[in-house]
Design a protein around this ligand. Structure first.
Ligand SMILES: [Zn+2]
Length: 403
């Protein structure tokens, strides 16, 4: 049966490429990032769904101040309808293209060059949205009925906070006990990475207050920039204290990176009285977030004492680590499919970045993240390999018929 499905997908390859090109022509940048949202793109995906002949198409449009944010769900009935269901979660929205000068093609006028389709949203998440749809199309074309009900979802708002996407769907109590989730939104170039966990995430704002004065008489003030930088220098102690390694995760250690810094004074000849920077922490689950915060509190007191400043630590975002069992049926079936189709030995791992899978894992549902990607998401000249489009559709089809 699998052989026939793969042959059908090979036949559909050209059509798949055409659909991905059409999809990418419709920018779906979220209104929070200055775009028009996902409505038009969702309509296009619905047309594709109609063409495939799903048993049911359901809209869960989230109301927002900037208009409706569409969430499209299409269902194929399984032989054991109503039994634990398989969800495949993709997203419609894309990130803005950024500086257009860095692009060799227009981000929303996709072009094929050397077997790669260039354009914003080709890899993230167009490739796998289309691959999943065509995997279902191939099954339908051959008249195959899967064991379980399969739900294909194209969500909004993934690139911002998922408030109008996955979180909205969770709040509508859409998911039932036993449901399994496949989220094709990240992976590795050889296809071997199956992600089943993520580290804890902690984003902090560190605000230092000193005393502003003329830069020619610095001793009359307290330089907040210097104190803030001293704090950053101390992060090496944090890294040492939380230095355990766990090869299950990629990278295998906790990371603590100072990132954004707010502008202070516009001129060179003033000692800045304030300094604000941010830290992005990805913490292995062997540590509690509270332990990290306690350690930072210690650094804060030391810097305050030594530099005579006041420091405020504010938590911007805090997410506990989540995990899906390595041996959950979805992980097992996916592993076998990847091994067969990609010819690689799958690595079941945890990572530092989050996807829609994190929201359902938190509720105790098994969720795996997989795709064969070149990791060009969010970069200028983002592209999807045509070969990967076909490979991914085969892997999904294999999961659909063997789960
Ligand atoms: Zn994505």
């Amino acid at each position: 049966m699998e052989k026939d499905v793969f042959a059908e997908l090979t036949k559909l390859k050209k059509e798949m490429v055409g659909s991905l090109m059409e999809l990418v022509k419709i920018p779906a940048i979220s209104p929070q990032s200055g775009g028009k949202g996902e409505a038009e793109k969702s309509k296009f995906v619905e047309e594709l769904c109609n063409d495939i002949g799903f048993d049911e198409i359901i809209h869960y449009d989230a109301p927002s101040r900037q208009g409706k944010r569409p969430n499209l769900i299409a269902k194929i009935k399984g032989r054991k309808s109503g039994s634990p269901r398989l969800w495949i979660i993709t997203h419609l929205d894309v990130v803005p293209p950024g500086n257009l000068k860095l692009w060799k093609t227009h981000p929303f006028a996709p072009e094929i060059r050397k077997g790669k389709i260039f354009g914003r949203g080709t890899e993230d998440n167009g490739q796998d949205l289309i691959a999943a749809l065509y995997a279902l199309k191939a099954i339908k074309n051959l008249g195959i009925t899967p064991e379980r009900d399969i739900y294909f979802a194209a969500c909004s708002d993934e690139e911002t906070i998922s408030k109008y996407g996955m979180k909205y769907l969770i709040n509508r109590n859409l998911f039932k006990k036993g449901d399994l989730f496949l989220v094709p939104d990240g992976g590795s170039p050889d296809g071997s990475l199956i992600q089943v966990a993520e580290k804890s995430l902690l984003w902090l704002q560190i605000e230092t207050t000193g005393k502003q004065c003329h830069a020619s008489i610095p001793e009359q003030g307290i330089n907040a920039l210097e104190a803030g930088s001293y704090f950053i220098g101390r992060l090496k102690n944090l890294r040492k204290a939380f230095g355990k390694k766990d090869p299950f995760y990629e990278p295998p250690y906790s990371s603590f990176a100072p990132t954004k810094r707010l502008e202070n004074i516009p001129n060179i000849n003033t000692i800045p009285g304030t300094d604000t920077f941010f830290i992005d922490c990805r913490i292995l689950p062997c540590y509690e977030i509270s332990e990290v915060l306690k350690f930072l509190e210690k650094i804060k007191k030391e810097v305050e004492r030594e530099k005579k400043v006041k420091i405020k630590i504010k938590i911007i975002q805090k997410e506990e680590a989540t995990k899906t069992k390595r041996h959950s049926p979805i992980a097992k079936v996916l592993k076998k499919a990847v091994e067969r189709v990609c010819g690689v030995k799958p690595r079941v791992r945890g990572v530092g970045w989050g996807t829609c899978a994190a929201f359902v894992r938190k509720l105790g549902y098994p969720a795996v993240v997989w795709s064969k990607v070149e990791r060009t998401a969010h970069s200028p000249n983002e592209y999807a390999k045509i070969e990967n489009l076909l490979t991914d559709s085969k892997v999904f089809a294999s999961v659909f018929i063997s789960l």
